[in-house]
Design a protein around this ligand. Structure first.
Ligand code: PDD
Length: 284
């Protein structure tokens, strides 16, 4: 059955949903996005995603095409129209369409697209096995805190990882891990300290990252926000990634070196459980 997609104020079957070839999202990757989880028809960590969306819009000097109340209505309506129980909502806002020019005019109307992806994000079989990652040089642009759709380098890095028998890649810059291709990277040291890179322009400020760190601190875990190297991660007791689609996903090997005993660890399992319980209680 075809999904119902939202495009610039219209609700359309996915086959009929179209964007102009002059859209700057298409021509210049001049667009930002958010991916929000849905469980039981309710939105997960929604306030965080919308706060980051506003920061991304501001950083690129784009004006918000719809206000916050309308945005929440769009999210709720797309869930209802697609009868989405569990999965993801993708929201993209591009600067708009005009004749191709590196300079853009200030009067453009942003293009707004939302679609759903039905997916059982509550039962991910990879949580039991964990994933394998390789390290690759960081090659993305410098403003990674803005959630833009410039994802080509990340997509190629993930393709490379899968070609080499792994599942994902960690980007490494100046000897330190920035993050994974579409999630934040964390480790738990042999001493039980949760270490994660501090926020800066070097990485996306993950919404799941923020919530998981708050919950980890509340659960009494010691948390250090600092950069760490691939060697430290390989010698850690646990490594995991966080994102809206995977929550807390264990990493069991890095460049072929097993992490800990090569099995998903207890800390990441516990954090995932706490995160899901907390979010289920707060989903809107
Ligand atoms: N990716 N880092 C990068 C580079 C990401 O693309 C993402 C999310 C994250 C995690 O952010 P959050 O916890 O807010 O989902 C970190 C989404 C899921 C995607 O592109 O599909």
């Amino acid at each position: 059955m075809s999904r119902i997609v939202h495009v610039n104020g219209q609700w359309l079957p996915e086959e009929d949903a179209k964007i102009s070839v002059f859209d700057r999202g298409f021509l210049f990757a001049d667009a930002i996005y958010e991916v929000t989880g849905v469980i039981g028809g309710k939105l997960i960590d929604y306030e965080g995603h919308i706060a980051r969306l506003k920061r991304s819009l501001e950083a690129l000097g784009m004006h918000a095409p719809v206000d916050e109340a309308a945005l929440l209505d769009l999210h709720r309506e797309i869930v209802a129209r697609n009868d989405l129980k569990t999965g993801l909502i993708y929201l993209q806002i591009s600067r708009g369409a005009e004749d191709r020019d590196f300079l853009f005019s200030g009067t453009l109307s942003p293009s707004v697209v939302l679609f759903t992806q039905a997916r059982n994000i509550l039962e991910n079989p990879r949580w039991k096995t964990g994933i394998k990652v390789i390290t690759v040089p960081e090659g993305r642009w410098v403003s990674r805190q803005i959630k833009t759709v410039q994802l080509l380098y990340s997509s190629l890095a993930k393709m490379e990882a899968v070609k080499s028998g792994a599942d994902d890649a960690f980007f490494v810059e100046d000897g330190f891990i920035t993050e994974a291709t579409s999630s934040n990277a964390h480790m738990v040291t042999k001493e039980g300290v949760l270490v994660t890179r501090a926020l800066s322009n070097a990485l996306l400020h993950g919404i799941t990252r923020g919530s998981v760190l708050d919950l980890a601190r509340a659960a009494g875990l010691s948390v250090e926000e600092r950069s760490f190297t691939p060697e430290e991660a390989k010698a850690a007791s646990e490594v995991f990634i966080t994102s809206a689609g995977t929550f807390v996903m264990p990493v069991v090997s890095i460049d072929g070196v097993p992490v800990g005993d090569g099995q998903p660890g207890d800390v990441s399992a516990r954090l995932r459980q706490i995160y899901i319980e907390d979010q289920l209680a707060r989903a809107i």
